[in-house]
Ligand binder design. Structure first.
Ligand code: FAD
Ligand code: SIN
Length: 518
């Protein structure tokens, strides 16, 4: 049994920045970060466009607030939006102090990019690999901070709450005492007991067949929190990024950053028609929900597999300088952006909802905080504004740290936690059962719960996912726990939540669209 003051689940921007804030502020605290594969693997690592922050004197907090509210289609929490926008410059400063560097202009100012839904240039970036820069610099800082230990290849299976204690008492409001963690290399499952647990396990893009999210994004945190009876909100708002590279054999899908459209790239059909004027007067820089739906509609009309991003009119040297990663990726598959258009399609990108938290990152379970993509803060509403999510993770990790600091000295680590109760002993002889079910789930979600939904498709998806749930629960009961099986179970839970919440929706807003509703 490991005991630690703070347990962090996940090593993306949310988890690492929280761990650093706690550990650097009080060197007597022990901070343990459990992460399911190598420490750098995360959605954070692949972030391209950057972080939305008001730094330019021609910009204003009010303008960033209004753009966020407009994108969120009326269901953002305005006080949260204001708080996040206003705390952004401080968090950016801190990232720079931790070593992250961002592109600057010849005049020595931050080079600010533009993305869909933003009325101003306000995207601070490091070329087109902003997330990699942040992830690497946070990990370097962590390496220098002696009271943080990172456990790579440690998979969190379940949160420990009252129902894991050696007592029958289960109160109305639960408390989190840590988590059961599988050491993937040894196969051992141990409780890690903590005073405070931070759930920073990222997104759930892998619920779908085509996603920009890496393989780790299987909604584990949301599923764990749901099993522990935490409040989950707005999970039906699944954001599709309009421009993932169309390369059907490649998974996850490679992203062509929205910042490319911010630099002036045009969206065209196979026949060369520029179509966004039919949908929104902001054209290619309308918010993501609008551009993704427009592309989906164009593809339905034409029957084509993809539309194209035309960058041929852009300054090639500027392009190579800002987007070296995208330029090289395109070249590697025979697309020279000076001559060829880039084939693109929408792909699942971001979960706007998740584990409900208050303005300090506190979930509905005592001593359980959550930050980053697995949480629902009220910032994004029904549609996240581009480059607001790294920002959200940094702001909420800081706020969670400040809140945790207030209560930490009042919490005792609880010792009366049961060991992991491994009832199942069978090791499935063939992994194909698990991999087949995962593919089947992804197909159901992609075909029936995509950009445009209908009552009929949602009802079918509900039935099919329930069938998979029954099959997988039966397998889980009798099997020895494995990462693959846990991930499948979590993907099914996340899908179930998306479908049931979608069926309850009464109107179309933001990224949510059901053709049977108004
Ligand atoms: P992540 O960075 O995903 O980290 C989650 C961590 O939890 C990972 O380390 C994972 O391995 C670990 N984990 C998960 N489950 C478990 C488990 N069961 N046990 C242990 N560990 C677990 N946002 C922007 O603001 N700007 C951008 O430019 C931008 N570009 C993007 C480009 C791409 C291709 C993608 C995919 C996303 C982009 N986003 C962008 C979104 C943004 O990157 C993410 O929302 C943000 O990085 C999430 O950070 P996080 O720390 O919450 O989660
Ligand atoms: C992008 O670079 O287009 C991604 C930005 C985001 O998801 O916020």
């Amino acid at each position: 049994m490991i005991k630690t003051d703070i347990l962090v689940i996940g090593s993306g921007a949310a988890g690492l920045s929280f761990a650093l804030r706690v550990a650097q502020n009080d060197s007597s605290l022990r901070v343990t970060v459990a992460t399911k594969v190598d420490r750098s693997e995360s959605n954070t690592k692949y972030a391209q466009g950057g972080i939305a922050v008001v730094v330019d004197e021609c910009d204003s907090f009010e303008s960033h607030v209004q753009d966020t509210l407009t994108a969120g289609a009326g269901i953002c929490d305005e006080s949260i939006v204001r708080m996040v926008v206003e705390e952004a410059p401080e968090r950016l400063k801190e990232l720079v102090e931790w070593g992250a560097s961002f592109d600057i202009t010849h005049a020595g100012e931050l080079d600010l990019g533009k993305e869909g839904g933003h009325g101003k240039n306000r995207i601070v970036h490091h070329k087109d690999v902003t997330g990699l820069e942040i992830e690497q610099k946070l990990l370097i800082q962590i390496g220098k901070t002696r009271n943080i230990s990172i456990l790579d290849h440690h998979f969190a299976i379940d949160l420990i709450t009252e129902h894991h204690l050696e007592t029958e008492l289960v109160p109305d409001k639960r408390t989190c005492y840590g988590a059961y963690i599988l050491d993937v290399k040894s196969g051992e499952i141990e409780p890690i007991l903590s005073k405070i647990t931070m759930l920073a396990s990222g997104g759930l893009g892998q619920v779908y067949a085509h996603t920009t999210n890496p393989l780790v994004a299987t909604g584990d945190g949301i599923a764990m929190a749901y099993r522990a009876q935490a409040k989950i909100c707005e999970i039906e708002y699944i954001q599709f990024h309009p421009t993932a590279l169309y390369l059907p054999e490649e998974s996850p899908s490679f992203l062509i950053s929205e910042a490319v459209r911010g630099e002036g790239a045009h969206l065209i059909t196979k026949s060369g028609e520029r179509f966004m004027s039919k949908y929104d007067n902001r054209l290619e820089l309308a918010s993501r929900d609008i551009v993704a739906k427009a592309i989906d509609n164009e593809l339905k009309i034409s029957g084509d597999n993809c539309v194209y991003l035309d960058c041929k009119h852009l300054n090639i040297e500027d392009f190579k300088n800002h987007f070296p990663n995208i330029y090289e990726k395109c070249l590697s598959i025979g697309i020279n952006i000076e001559i060829n258009e880039i084939p693109v399609v929408p792909a699942v990108h971001y979960s706007c909802g998740g584990v409900a938290v208050d303005s300090n990152g506190q979930t509905s379970i005592t001593n359980l905080f959550s930050s980053g993509e697995c949480s629902r803060t009220g910032l994004h509403g029904a549609n996240r504004l581009a480059s607001n999510s790294l920002l959200e993770a940094l702001v909420y990790s800081n706020r969670s740290y400040l809140a945790a600091k207030q209560v930490l000295h009042t919490i005792e680590i609880l010792e009366s936690v049961s060991s992991w109760n491994e009832e199942g002993t069978i090791i499935p002889k063939e992994q194909v059962i698990i991999s087949h079910n995962k593919k089947e789930l992804q197909a159901i979600m992609s075909d029936y719960v995509g950009i445009a939904k209908s009552n009929d498709r949602l009802t079918r998806a509900h039935k099919r996912v329930f069938g998979l749930y029954q099959e997988v629960e039966e397998l889980y009961e009798k099997s020895k726990v494995s990462v693959q099986l846990c991930e499948l179970r979590n993907l099914i839970t996340a899908s179930h939540l998306i479908i049931t919440q979608s069926l309850k929706q009464e109107k179309n807003q933001g990224v949510f669209y059901n053709s049977d509703l108004v």
